[in-house]
Write a protein that binds this ligand. Structure first.
Ligand code: BJW
Length: 239
């Protein structure tokens, strides 16, 4: 029984119509990171940040999972061993695609967080600044998103999984943001086979043993079918 750990990024949801961050027309071309994705930005202008995530929540609610999300759900169902999905994405397209257990290390649009007592609850479609926490009543609701300088979720469990992985795959992530960008080195150090599935080599692409180049909706289903033994393995792309 082998254990597969999969890290996904914005690229897996791109073909579902959700913008990535670092593309020329991506989210960071339209918004300053420090304004909308840092705790300091939220203190400075909470309405700007809440409105930014309200718009993202609306966009995500209109998106549907693509063939890559569905293929990973199939892998989770049929692989003879454990398949752990860790996503940096804040949408829920993995769950909509049929995946049962997904670790959202950068939070989730569907969740709200109390900045005062850390209570979490289901976010309304439109949040407002100063919404009260249902538990402690403080007017301190914020999007449950991990911003720069904050600790991502589930780190201990993720590093435990990486240490046990036989295969580590990164799908549609640019390798610019840590700690996620360091997962390949961690998994490799513990003996995992590492594979990157992306339109192009990421910033940490040289650390992967294998590359599968192309859109996620094509390369992920192909890779999954090979893992499940349904097709003849293709020659890896060692460029
Ligand atoms: C396709 C495709 C298709 C497109 N098919 N592929 C100096 C050195 C090292 C680290 C630091 C440093 N200074 C500060 C840090 C730490 C900092 C960091 O990494 N900064 C960097 C900018 C340098 N990190 C943090 O602060 C994190 N916390 C932290 O480190 O805590 C301390 C700690 C220490 C030790 C252990 C543990 C913790 C928190 C990071 C929070 C990131 N938050 C964001 C925004 C919130 C979420 C949201 O609003 O949605 O998360 S930033 C943004 O980037 C978002 C993403 O999840 C994240 C990653 O982006 P992703 O997914 O890779 O997207 P893109 O757009 O970059 O790339 C898309 C990719 O898809 C591309 O490669 C395309 O080719 C590909 N693609 N179409 C296949 N169809």
């Amino acid at each position: 029984m082998s254990k597969i750990v999969i890290l996904t990024g914005a690229g897996i949801s791109a073909e579902s119509g959700i913008e990535t961050f670092r593309a020329e027309d991506g989210l960071w071309a339209q918004h300053r990171v420090e304004d909308v994705a840092t705790p300091e930005g939220f203190i400075r202008d909470p309405k700007l940040v809440v409105d930014f995530y309200n718009a993202r929540r609306k966009q995500a609610s209109e998106a549907a999972p693509n063939a890559a999300h569905k293929a990973l759900a199939k892998l989770q169902q049929h692989h003879n061993g454990q398949v752990v999905i860790v996503t940096q994405n804040v949408d829920d397209l993995h769950e909509q695609g049929g995946s049962k257990k997904v670790m959202h290390m950068h939070g989730a649009l569907k969740s709200a967080l109390c900045a005062s007592c850390d209570h979490r609850w289901e976010a309304p479609m439109v949040m407002a600044t100063g919404d009260p926490c249902p538990k402690c009543k403080a007017p301190a609701a914020r999007p449950d998103i991990v911003w720069f300088g904050e600790m991502p979720y589930d780190m201990d469990a993720i590093f435990d999984h990486l240490a046990e992985a036989d295969i580590f795959a990164a799908i549609g992530t640019s390798g610019n943001v840590y700690p996620a960008a360091g997962f390949v080195a961690e998994a490799r150090q513990h003996g995992a086979h590492t594979v990157e599935l992306n339109l192009e080599r990421s910033a940490v692409g040289n650390q992967f043993a294998e590359h599968r180049t192309g859109p996620a909706s094509r390369v992920v289903p192909e890779w999954v079918e090979e893992l499940l033994g349904n097709t003849v393995p293709r020659r890896p792309d060692f460029r």
